[in-house]
Design a protein around this ligand. Structure first.
Ligand code: SF4
Length: 328
């Protein structure tokens, strides 16, 4: 079946992925493969804007690649690679920076937020981040970028940079990417309050063992108004119930929805059931991951092949870009 166009998306190498990563991004990456030619990039250079200690960078990249593949990224059709393995992106970043007003970059709320988060490390990379992101997207002649509502301004900015470039050099060498509005599921951590993330240590790793998973699930915060086992609960305010709705069979969800409200089921029982269902759901993922992890050379070959295919597209774009600028 003919594909609808080329999708690009990138993510920082954050190591082993968790349920929030899966529900918020990876499952969407997998689904997009059916309709689009997909280019998925592990953006290790972007990570350097905030990561100073690079000791874990290689391992984190490898672990993330394993998770993507185990979750269903199909490397025969999808280009999956590491950002720094296609150095053309750095060249395009430099060239795009010449048409990007500095004032606009320093005015971006995301830049201001980064200054607040890391006042002792306000590096140039932080300012140029949106330009590098634009280079990532347009280097591969991307038609569509899947984004949640809060990331839409980044893509709009990328489109502006592309227009400035094409206008200044009287060319159509760069393609303005379109946004594909995607409902990004916000998954709460085991604290039931904040978005699931490693930095808050409120996450559940996809690759955890069934026992580790159960331990984490049993730590999940439930309806705070339910103090005693005999208190009726409210599933509508309980993160465990939200997760049940994603991972448990419908009859079990219906049963909990009724029994929780009349204290017919206790939270420990409810969480134990969720842990069992989650582990069952993750079984095929974990089996595939273990299989891949036993052959790290195969994973490396996949990433090398992805970089080779990505580079073929990148080199073509860069030839057009250099010609448009009339670089000697
Ligand atoms: Fe949440 Fe389940 Fe406890 Fe109800 S019984 S409060 S849904 S954990």
């Amino acid at each position: 079946m003919a594909k609808k166009g080329r999708v690009f998306s990138g993510a920082r190498p954050t190591g082993r992925q968790h349920l929030g990563n899966y529900l918020g991004a990876i499952q969407n990456y997998v689904a997009l493969q059916d309709d689009y030619e997909c280019v998925y990039c592990i953006v290790d250079i972007h990570a350097l804007t905030t990561v100073e200690d690079t000791l874990d960078l290689k391992q984190n990249t490898y672990e993330m690649a394993l998770d993507w593949l185990a979750a269903g990224i199909r490397p025969q059709e999808t280009i999956m690679f590491i950002q720094s393995h296609v150095p053309e992106v750095m060249e395009l970043h430099t060239l795009l920076s010449m048409v990007t007003p500095l004032g606009k970059l320093t005015d971006l709320p995301t830049f201001k937020e980064k200054i607040r988060q890391q006042p002792d490390n306000v590096n140039y990379g932080l300012v140029g981040y949106p330009v590098l992101m634009t280079a990532d997207i347009v280097l591969y002649k991307t038609d569509v970028v899947p984004v949640g509502i809060d990331q839409a301004p980044h893509i709009e900015f990328a489109r502006e940079i592309v227009r400035s470039f094409n206008y200044r050099y009287k060319t159509n060498a760069l393609v303005e990417p379109q946004m594909k509005n995607t409902k990004i599921l916000k998954v709460l951590g085991i604290d039931g309050k904040e978005k699931m993330g490693k930095s808050l240590n409120n996450h559940i790793e996809l690759a955890a063992t069934p026992e580790e998973t159960k331990t984490r699930v049993l730590q999940m915060v439930t309806d705070p108004a339910r103090i005693k086992r005999t208190d009726p609960g409210n599933p509508d305010v309980c993160n465990v119930f939200t997760m049940h709705k994603i991972f448990s069979p419908q009859d079990e969800v219906d049963m909990i929805n009724v029994e929780c409200r009349r204290a017919g089921i206790g939270c420990v029982d409810c969480k134990t059931r969720f842990a069992a269902n989650l582990n069952k759901n993750l079984e095929p993922f974990r089996a595939k991951r273990a299989e891949l992890d036993a052959k790290p050379d195969v994973v490396q070959d996949i990433l090398n092949d992805g970089a080779k295919r990505a580079r073929t597209i990148a080199q073509k774009t860069m030839t057009e870009v250099r010609e448009a600028i009339q670089l000697p």
